[in-house]
Design a protein around this ligand. Structure first.
Ligand SMILES: C[S@@+](CC[C@H](N)C(=O)[O-])C[C@H]1O[C@@H](n2cnc3c(N)ncnc32)[C@H](O)[C@@H]1O
Length: 289
C-alpha cells in the first residue's frame, strides 16, 4: 500500500513529535498542536519546544484554544511552489492548510496539465482553496464548494495573494451534497473531482453532513456528474476506521466503465528530528488512462 509524503515543502516542516503533540514550522512560525499518534518521546531538546510561538490545547475533540508565547501576526503568508496563502493560529487547531495534502496538489496539477483541453474540476469541501488554486493555476476551470462562508473568503484571499484573480473559479457557499445533486439535475459534467469530506459537518442551511451516513450518496452524485471523458478523482479521508481498500472500491464504483487505475493508501508526514512517520489520512485516486 503506497504511503505518500509531501516531499517538496520549503515553508512547512514537522520538526518533532512526542508526548501527544507535534512541533511544526509554518513559514517563520513554530506551532505546537495535539497529535494523538505521538505516543513516543520528543527527540528535540525541551528548549526548542519552549521556543514555539504558540501552542494549541485541546478541550474536546474539535475545541480548544491557542496560547501565544511569542507575538504572532493575526495571519501570515506561506508558499508552496508558486502558490501563496494565508495561515493563522487563532480560531481552531486547523491553521488554513493540511500540509500532507501537497502530495495531491502536485498530482492534480499534473492531471490538469496532461489533458489536451481545459478541464472542469469540482472541489467539494474545499476549505481554504489550495487544491482549487493548484488546479486553476495549471489551467482548469474550477468549481469550489464549501459550507463555510469564512473558508470561502479565506480561499478568495489566497487566490488574490497567489495572483490568480483572472482564473476561472466559481466560489460556492453551500452544502456539498445539495450542490452536487443540483449539478446532476442541471446536467453539469466534470472532468476532475476532488473530495475532502470531514467526518461531520453542517451546510449553511443547517444540512447535516455525516461521512458514515452520506458518503455513499456523495459517490452516487459524483458518478452522476462525471464526464464521459473524465480525467481524475481524488478523495482524502481523515475519518477514523475507513480503510484505503474501501475508499478505493467506492471510487471504482464512481468511475465504473472508464479505463484507468485506482490507487489507494495513506498520506503521512515524516518528522525531521527522528524520521518517524505520522499517518495523517487515507486517500484513493483514479486517473484516466
Ligand atoms: C477540508 S474538509 C475536511 C478537513 C479535514 N480533511 C478533516 O477531515 O478534518 C473541511 C471543510 O469541509 C467544510 N464542510 C463541512 N461540512 C460541509 C458541508 N455539509 N458541505 C460543504 N462543506 C462542508 C468545512 O467548512 C471545511 O472547510
Amino acid at each position: 500500500m503506497p504511503t505518500l509524503t509531501a516531499a517538496d515543502w520549503q515553508d512547512y516542516a514537522l520538526l518533532d513529535s512526542g508526548q501527544g503533540r507535534k512541533l511544526e514550522r509554518f513559514g517563520p512560525a513554530t506551532l505546537i498542536r495535539p497529535e494523538a499518534q505521538a505516543t513516543w518521546q520528543p527527540a528535540l531538546p525541551r528548549a526548542q519546544w519552549d521556543a514555539a510561538h504558540a501552542i494549541f490545547t485541546a478541550s474536546s475533540q474539535n475545541g480548544g484554544r491557542w496560547q501565544q508565547r511569542q507575538p504572532l501576526p493575526p495571519r501570515w503568508p506561506m508558499a508552496y511552489g508558486a502558490l501563496r496563502f494565508w495561515v493563522q493560529a487563532s480560531q481552531s487547531r486547523q491553521v488554513g492548510l493540511f500540509p500532507e495534502n501537497a502530495a495531491h496538489w502536485d498530482w492534480i496539477a499534473a492531471q490538469v496539465r496532461r489533458a489536451h483541453q481545459p478541464l472542469r474540476v469540482l472541489n467539494l469541501f474545499g476549505y481554504t482553496g489550495l487544491a482549487t488554486l493548484m488546479a486553476a493555476q495549471a489551467g482548469a476551470h474550477v468549481t469550489h464548494v464549501d459550507a463555510a462562508k469564512k473558508a470561502v473568503l479565506w480561499a478568495r484571499d489566497n487566490q488574490a495573494l497567489s495572483g490568480l484573480h483572472d482564473r476561472p473559479i466559481r466560489w460556492v457557499v453551500e452544502d456539498a451534497l445539495t450542490y452536487l445533486r443540483r449539478e446532476a439535475r442541471r446536467g453539469m459534467r466534470y472532468h476532475g473531482i476532488v473530495l475532502d469530506p470531514p467526518a461531520f459537518g453542517r451546510g449553511p442551511g443547517g444540512e447535516v453532513w455525516s461521512f458514515d451516513r452520506l458518503f455513499g450518496e456523495l459517490c452516487n452524485g459524483c458518478r452522476a456528474v462525471l464526464a464521459d471523458e473524465a480525467r481524475f478523482i481524488v478523495a482524502t479521508v481523515y475519518t477514523q476506521g475507513v480503510a484505503p481498500a474501501s475508499l478505493a472500491a467506492a471510487l471504482a464504483d464512481i468511475v465504473r466503465g472508464q479505463a484507468g487505475p485506482v490507487e489507494s493508501g495513506e498520506l503521512a508526514t515524516r518528522e525531521r528530528s527522528a524520521g518517524r512517520l505520522l499517518r495523517n489520512a487515507i486517500y484513493a485516486r483514479w486517473q484516466a488512462l
